[in-house]
Ligand binder design. Structure first.
Ligand SMILES: Cc1ncc(COP(=O)(O)O)c(C=O)c1O
Length: 418
């Protein structure tokens, strides 16, 4: 295995940064995307081009939804989703604290109150026990998020939602192509949303898609942000065509064209990521890491790859020790990027009240701390790069680094404690 880099040995990762960038390159823009954009110029339509409808149709077909409305971001699609539910200011929604802010904050513009919940540690889905504890009669909906592409724990949460008659918003922004019990992720919400932002698995540059089977939700989403489509409604809502509800969130055709192309290539690209991440997982699993791989219930995708080292007979190193040792061997590893939402200044300092604008007495208090289960997992996760191509040596070098450290744990521990 060679001498540890911590002892002055040669690093396991020797490839140049250029090779790393090439083998983790995302998004992957090529001739197809350029041709798709050229079509818009040839058609001299860069605002309402039919490619937007083509994108929506492709998502409907793939997910099995009746209606889709493309937006200029995942955030605005979520904004429309919360609006479309037609809840009352002061109503509560359950949402994980461990997610990107857009799973929660847009609801506050409609006066809806996020009630943060813990995530469970085995699959990183919402923690049923905490969800049950946090439920109160004001709760009208729940947000589920297949974090990093892992559709963990859907069933018990969906059963709970059914029992309590909660509407479900599925923020599937990380999980294009993932399946739960042979059904596509994105088909479980009363309304589901995918972000199509450039880092995502089916990138459009900027964009988001809202999916639903409910025509009323679909129409309400149109009313909020798609002024041209209000004219097409043959319902009384058409009377709002001259004004909409004051927001414009339609996707740009350039993004729609890229997004459509990305969707066509999704399975092929997901398969490459998955094969690569399976190799990394295989190496890490030897040393007690939970790599959140597929289960009989679900098949995941790899928006990001996180793994959690657990102390057992195969591993004596803490997450921080693994991180330090992997870094010393030249690996780009870090903590996952989302801090717990409930304790961000926006909440704890009360800044959210400027957005929420409901009676002071109905405003919740958000306190830092707590959420021990979610916190301990979050602090122990190590994020590895996603390798996005089939070629190249950098992944092999990462695997070599893992084995080098894994087989020298005692030495690593001693060195790092000195
Ligand atoms: C879980 C989740 N939801 C929503 C969004 C918002 O998407 P967008 O960046 O397209 O607004 C993101 C973006 O990173 C996300 O990670």
């Amino acid at each position: 295995m060679g001498k540890l880099a911590l002892q002055g040995g040669k690093k396991a990762v020797q490839s140049a940064q250029k090779a790393f960038d090439e083998q983790t390159r995302w998004p992957q823009i090529g001739k197809d995307e350029i041709d798709a954009i050229n079509r818009l110029f040839e058609d001299a339509n860069i605002s309402t081009h039919p490619v937007i409808r083509e994108l929506e149709k492709a998502y409907c077909e793939r997910i099995g939804s009746k209606y889709a409305l493309a937006h200029n971001s995942g955030t605005s699609a979520l904004m429309a989703a919360f609006w479309a539910l037609d809840l009352k200011p002061g109503d509560h929604l359950l949402v994980p604290t461990a997610t990107f802010w857009a799973s929660a904050l847009p609801m506050m513009w409609h006066g809806l109150v996020p009630v943060f919940c813990e995530s469970e540690e085995t699959e990183l889905g919402l923690d049923l026990e905490d969800v049950q504890k946090k439920w109160n009669p004001k709760v009208k909906a729940i947000v589920i998020v297949p974090l990093w592409g892992i559709p963990g724990n859907y069933e018990p949460i969906l059963e709970f939602a059914k029992e309590k008659k909660l509407r479900v918003i599925e923020d599937a922004s990380h999980a294009h192509g993932a399946m739960y019990k042979n059904k596509p992720v994105g088909s479980f919400g009363d309304i589901s949303v995918f972000s199509l932002q450039g880092d995502k698995l089916a990138p459009a540059g900027e964009g988001g898609i809202l999916l639903t089977d409910n025509i009323e939700y679909y129409h309400r989403a149109i009313l909020l942000g798609d002024i041209t489509r209000i004219y097409e409604l043959d319902t009384p809502e058409r009377r709002f065509a001259a004004t909409s509800f004051g927001v414009k969130t339609r996707i740009a055709p350039v993004s729609a064209a890229i997004g459509l192309n990305s969707l066509k290539k999704l399975d092929e690209r997901n398969a490459v990521r998955k094969a690569n991440m399976a190799r990394l997982s295989e190496a890490l699993s030897k040393y007690g890491f939970n790599c959140y791989g597929d289960t009989p219930q679900w098949s995941r995708t790899y928006f990001e790859f996180v793994a959690r080292p657990q102390l057992d007979s195969s591993n004596i190193l803490s997450p921080d020790e693994w991180t330090a040792a992997l870094k010393s061997e030249g690996c780009e590893v870090s903590k996952p990027r989302y801090p717990l939402l409930h304790e961000q200044p926006f909440f704890t300092e009360g800044a959210f009240k400027k957005v929420l604008r409901i009676e002071e007495s109905k405003c919740p208090k958000y306190l830092p701390g707590g959420f021990d289960k979610t916190r301990s997992v979050n602090e122990e996760l190590i994020k590895f790069p996603c390798f996005t191509t089939s070629e190249g040596d950098v992944l092999n070098e990462y695997i070599a680094a893992i084995h080098k450290i894994g087989t020298s744990q005692k030495e690593v521990k001693v060195i790092l404690s000195e």
